[in-house]
Write a protein that binds this ligand. Structure first.
Ligand code: URP
Ligand code: ZN
Ligand code: ZN
Ligand code: ZN
Length: 478
């Protein structure tokens, strides 16, 4: 077991910042000390195996991305990052824990989906990983299996009000699953879009010759998100289940969440960097010499990017400040243009849904600190501390305190990061959804359970460094 002292940095938590030294012993944080502290008269720097000088840098708990989809089957293809490539990209970007979604598709057994996900991830990951369970077929068998999830360290499941025939649950199924949520404490996560209505709108648009990626955003209108969000809230209210709405993009959906929270309901919301920065007009409507109108397919995801003219992005930043939205995850679900997004040439309904951002979340959210949209402490809270609490890892993850896993990022506020395929990119994609974004900060050093896995532009980790995290019940619930 080796010991490390991180000296001279500013330790940032969700509640404040302090100049402190951090003593790491093996895989764990042993102490957070006044700078230059001695131990029983001994100079600590001489007693540890390694000293890392963090002067001028922020020392933050490693990022936790609680919404990723490695190898997700979608639209006849699979998300292009494996657990190996995706978690390595996460590490490069300062994320030291992910929570991915084990998949039960309609017609499959939940237990089989979970076992398959363990097999995909075991021994492959660069950083620690947990699972949520996608329940794509609520029936007696899966309801029974859900009751056993907590014992397996899986304390949350996702239902879909979208994607009929693939992952979709109807209201009767949702209510039954939420009753299990109320009974067991499992967190219900909801993809809140009215899928059947969206399918009708999409069919009508295609019949009118409106087939490009832009119309993906038109078909998935904000009304479809607001309505489904409200319905999910009401069903959860009746069932007495906690509800976490994933990838919120419409300001009207945020208003539904805020209203439910004001009534005292245990309802939470997550958004993603794409809904803070990108838009229907600029991205889904983009064309390029290489791809023509298909260019917009790079940003086809669901919920969709929203109109900037309607003000969704600004509202989403505001919601991060007012805590109407509690967390930022990526919904990392990458597909290449070649052979994947291309499947939807001539029909947006066949474009696999998803954007890859796992490597850039910490940077993109830090830029919100630079531009004055959120505070430094809120950055840590949104990207690490709340994800840990929301999904039952707090104490071990999401904090720099004695006893916590030594998942630590040294972030340089005087550094700079240019995002793009040829620059920062380690995701298994042939394009970047974030090409040209400039960040006034830099992930310098990443430590995962005491091991430095990224340092000074070099990757020092290995696949298998990351282990499965058995999560407990949400620590965000009263
Ligand atoms: O477009 C998205 N979000 N793809 C991933 C699947 C999901 O609904 O989260
Ligand atoms: Zn979803
Ligand atoms: Zn997702
Ligand atoms: Zn630097």
């Amino acid at each position: 077991m080796s010991t490390t002292l991180i000296t001279g940095g500013t330790v940032v938590s969700s509640t404040g910042r302090v100049l402190a030294d951090v003593l790491v012993d093996g895989e764990t944080i042993r102490a957070v000390l006044e700078p230059g502290s001695t131990l029983l008269g001994h100079d600590l720097t001489g007693s540890v195996d390694r000293v890392i000088d963090a002067t001028g840098r922020y020392v933050i708990p490693g990022g936790i991305d609680a919404h990723t989809h490695m190898q997700l089957p979608f639209g006849g293809t699979f998300a292009s990052d494996t657990f190996e490539t995706g978690t390595r990209a996460a590490a490069w970007g300062g994320t030291t824990t992910i929570v991915d979604f084990a998949v039960q598709k309609t017609g499959e057994r939940l237990q089989d989906g979970l076992a398959a996900w363990h097999e995909l991830a075991a021994g492959e990951c660069a950083v620690d990983y947990g699972f949520h369970q996608i329940v794509g077929g609520v029936d007696d068998d899966s309801l029974r299996a859900m009751r056993g999830l907590v014992d397996e360290g899986i304390s949350s499941f996702k239902l879909f009000m979208a994607y009929p025939g693939v992952f979709y649950s109807d209201d009767a199924q949702i209510l039954k699953a939420m009753q299990v949520s109320a009974e067991t404490g499992l967190m219900t996560m909801m993809h809140a879009e009215n899928g059947p209505a969206i399918d009708v709108i999409a069919e009508q648009l295609v019949a009118q010759g409106r087939q490009g990626p832009y119309f993906h955003g038109i078909a998935r209108a904000w009304q479809m998100e607001e309505e489904a969000t409200h319905r999910a809230i009401m069903l959860a209210n009746y069932a007495g289940a906690p509800l976490y709405v994933v990838h919120v993009s419409a300001k009207q959906a945020v208003q539904q969440l805020a209203w439910a929270r004001d009534q005292g309901q245990q309802v939470f919301g997550e958004t993603c960097p794409q809904y803070l920065y990108l838009s229907l007009e600029e991205q889904l409507g983009a064309t390029s010499a290489e791809w023509g109108e298909l260019e917009g397919a790079k940003w086809v995801c669901s919920t969709p990017l929203r109109s900037r003219e309607e003000g969704h992005q600004d509202h989403m930043w505001q919601a991060l400040r007012t805590n109407d939205i509690q967390m930022v995850s990526t919904d990392h679900c990458p597909f290449c243009m070649k052979d994947q997004k291309e499947l939807g040439r001539g029909d947006f309904r066949a474009i696999p849904n998803g954007i890859g951002s796992i490597e850039h979340r910490m940077d993109l959210m830090y830029q919100g600190v630079v531009t004055g949209r959120i505070t430094l402490e809120r950055w840590v809270e949104l990207t690490s501390t709340t994800p840990a609490r929301m999904f039952g890892m707090h104490g071990r993850k999401g904090v720099i305190q004695p006893g916590a896993d030594a998942d630590i990022v040294l972030y340089d506020p005087n550094g700079h990061t240019s995002i793009g395929l040829e620059k920062t990119h380690h995701m298994n994609m042939d394009h970047s959804a974030w090409e040209g974004y400039e960040i006034d900060g830099h992930v310098d050093t990443v430590m995962a359970r005491g091991k430095v896995i990224v340092d000074d532009g070099a990757y020092l980790g290995a696949k298998g460094d990351g282990r499965f995290v058995k999560r407990g019940l949400s620590q965000y619930l009263a």
